[in-house]
Ligand binder design. Structure first.
Ligand SMILES: Cc1cc2nc3c(=O)[nH]c(=O)nc-3n(C[C@H](O)[C@H](O)[C@H](O)COP(=O)(O)OP(=O)(O)OC[C@H]3O[C@@H](n4cnc5c(N)ncnc54)[C@H](O)[C@@H]3O)c2cc1C
Length: 292
């Protein structure tokens, strides 16, 4: 399986986001791709992989470790309400309210010529929502529309030490981060809110790259997560990425931002879902009391 590094994005901005690390940003052409399921597999107790294929994959690229796509799901009648980009480039919006959720493209499979032929999306099977239900029932031939990614933010170049903090919704991005960080970067990991049976999500090549792994049991809750983050070795120049349940991450973000040795631009914390909230808008500030 190879990560595609093409096509060239529409435009490239390189921002010196931080005094310590640089992260290149890429913009991609807006596309709504109608794809079909080719196979499904159970990766661990609560994570199900759905492989999507189709001619519309041409041009798909997602080089950033925490890139995301928007899935347009079928309604109860099997209809997918999703926009179309017309030949003249204009956006055509159909009537009705689409059902959408955000997911990480875990992998892009390419052919010998580098053309994308399949993407894998790994779904947490939680108590329920339209995306979870779709993934639970997905069978070969089922259709879905995939939009994006609109942009990519690449991993920082050559950080000395990185801490990755993830719950199961962020496992696909976590593994992509590990793959994106080459030696000699030292990686410390905190996994929280995950069942022990989901440990098999991480194969040996991922485990071998981790200098430390703290597995915070579900019973330890948000306090256990905070203790684990507090115990991380976060020297000057460290970079931290954290993603998962939004409420729990507010305290994590505050704790990290209190560390004088860390540059704020080197703290990347994203809420991927929120207890009791349907389709969390992850563009809204994680911590409304400290939105910047
Ligand atoms: C950038 C980004 C990338 C993401 N990547 C992934 C990914 O690769 N894989 C993945 O599984 N998720 C991922 N997510 C999270 C996913 O978008 C949400 O979990 C989404 O809400 C699931 O939709 P749903 O229809 O199943 O549930 P919803 O209809 O949105 O929610 C129904 C109920 O389920 C709860 N709920 C939602 N998600 C979870 C969860 N993970 N665990 C427990 N309860 C939950 C909600 O609080 C709500 O009460 C990502 C989110 C973002 C913002």
């Amino acid at each position: 399986m190879a990560w595609s590094s093409f096509p060239f994005p529409l435009c490239v901005e390189t921002k010196g986001l931080s005094a310590v690390h640089q992260r290149e940003r890429l913009r991609h052409e807006l596309a709504f791709r109608r794809l079909r399921v080719s196979e499904t597999s159970q990766i661990s107790a609560h994570l199900r992989r759905v492989r999507l294929v189709g001619d519309d994959l041409a041009g798909f690229t997602a080089p950033g470790p925490s890139d995301h796509v928007k899935l347009f799901l079928p309604d109860a009648n099997g209809q997918i309400i999703a926009p179309l980009v017309a030949d003249d480039g204009s956006l055509q919006r159909p009537e009705g309210t689409p059902t959408t959720r955000d997911y990480t493209p875990r992998a892009v499979d390419t052919d010998a010529a580098g053309v994308p032929v399949a993407i894998d999306i790994d779904f947490v099977l939680h108590e329920g929502g339209p995306a979870t239900e779709w993934a639970r029932r997905a069978t070969p031939g089922d259709e879905i529309v995939v939009a994006g990614p609109r942009g990519s933010k690449l991993a920082p170049t050559a950080p000395g030490r990185v801490a990755l903090v993830a719950d199961p919704s962020a496992f696909p991005a976590f593994v992509r981060w590990v793959e994106a960080l080459s030696q000699p970067t030292v990686i410390d990991a905190v996994i929280w809110n995950a069942a022990a049976a989901d440990a098999e999500y991480f194969d040996e090549s991922v485990r071998a790259r981790l200098a430390s792994l703290q597995w915070v049991s579900e019973a330890s809750g948000d306090a256990g997560l905070l203790d684990a983050v507090r115990s991380l070795e976060l020297a000057e120049g460290a970079f931290v990425w954290a993603a998962g349940e939004a409420q729990a991450l507010i305290a994590v973000r505050r704790l990290l931002r209190e560390q004088p040795q860390l540059d704020r631009a080197d703290i990347d914390v994203s809420g991927y879902w929120k207890r009791g909230v349907i389709a969390l808008d992850h563009h809204a500030p994680l911590d409304p009391s400290d939105p910047e």
